[in-house]
Design a protein around this ligand. Structure first.
Ligand code: SIN
Length: 303
């Protein structure tokens, strides 16, 4: 019988569609609503040690082939965010909740991860990939050695699975190998692509921060390439992310090597029920192809 589930880093996802960080992951109620839409797991909005306002408006723009955002990692700081998680855990107890964190060095990452662990999250996702926040995210994750150092410090400070969310770098496989060597339990590939938009009338960059992160359908070929190249090199599971809007997109990622998928922009395009729609489409295609489990398809494009 056809079932849509997957195990990643010891966590069971059913369906293996997870809310990507940054979309509806900031309050207990928005995370709860996302689960009702059909997600099998949640990644929270990235949290830092201290509250942070983020970048100036405008912070988001719709393009023909996706979205560009530069929120700038706004968040309430981990202590207040833990209260949101406490509320969430009163409403749900059967779905993996993954705490996303960002910091500027390995010590802060380790401190933050330990604090997040106290909230009861089931795993930590390291934001090593935000493309537009100076000194954070991709500024660290593009360097294999630094990415490995952060993973090592975090792995030693928590008893939770550690997932490294990587940037869409040319050398993503090298970075993935470094974080695997440092003890990562899984890889999330990929975050948004560093990009910009210019307003012709004002003749200025559109976003307050000038550059932002490009997501949505236009980045799917890049995400797929990253998952494909990473799968060739590492043994730990990969969660695919980037432009997954339909069940067919999701299955492309699985064939490239993803064991589960993170979904963000599809909520913008297809509404709160996007994950249910994507699961149904995946199962429809799998049924047509005579496939019973996702496992049968993981990485098959490499054979
Ligand atoms: C943001 O808050 O600007 C987005 C975070 C990210 O891209 O990781």
């Amino acid at each position: 019988m056809l079932t849509l589930h997957s195990k990643v880093a010891g966590l069971h996802f059913e369906p293996p569609l997870i809310l990507a960080s940054g979309i509806l992951g900031q309050t207990s109620s928005s995370m709860f609503i996302s689960l009702k839409g059909g997600f099998g797991g949640i990644v929270t909005k990235s949290t830092g040690l201290e509250p942070r306002e983020g970048h100036q408006n405008p912070t988001m723009l719709e393009l023909d082939t996706g979205l560009i955002n530069a929120m700038g990692l706004p968040n309430q700081g981990v202590d207040i965010f833990k209260e949101e998680l406490k509320e969430l855990f009163q409403m749900v107890d059967d779905v993996p909740i993954i705490g996303s964190i960002f910091a500027s060095d390995e010590e802060q990452f380790a401190q933050l991860a330990a604090s997040m662990e106290e909230s009861g999250v089931h795993a930590i996702e390291l934001n090593l990939s935000c493309p537009h926040a100076k000194g954070y995210g991709a500024a660290l994750g593009n360097d294999p050695e630094m990415a490995g150092t952060i993973v090592l410090n975090v792995s030693e400070s928590v008893n939770l699975p550690v997932l490294a969310k990587l940037p869409p770098a040319d050398n993503i496989a090298e970075i993935a190998l470094a974080v695997q060597g440092a003890g990562a339990d899984g890889i999330v590939a990929v975050n948004t692509l560093k990009a910009m938009a210019i307003d012709v009338e004002t003749r200025k960059p559109f976003l307050g921060n000038k550059v932002g992160g490009y997501s949505g359908p236009g980045i799917k070929p890049v995400g797929l390439r990253c998952v494909y190249e990473t799968y060739s090199e590492v043994d730990i599971p990969i969660i695919g992310c980037g432009g997954i809007n339909t069940g067919r997109d999701a299955l492309e990622y699985v064939l490239a090597g993803a064991s589960a998928l993170e979904i963000g922009s599809a909520i913008y395009y297809r509404g709160k029920k996007a994950p249910s729609k994507i699961s149904n489409e995946m199962m429809e295609i799998m049924a047509q192809e005579g496939i019973d489990t996702l496992e049968e398809l993981i990485g098959v494009a490499h054979d």
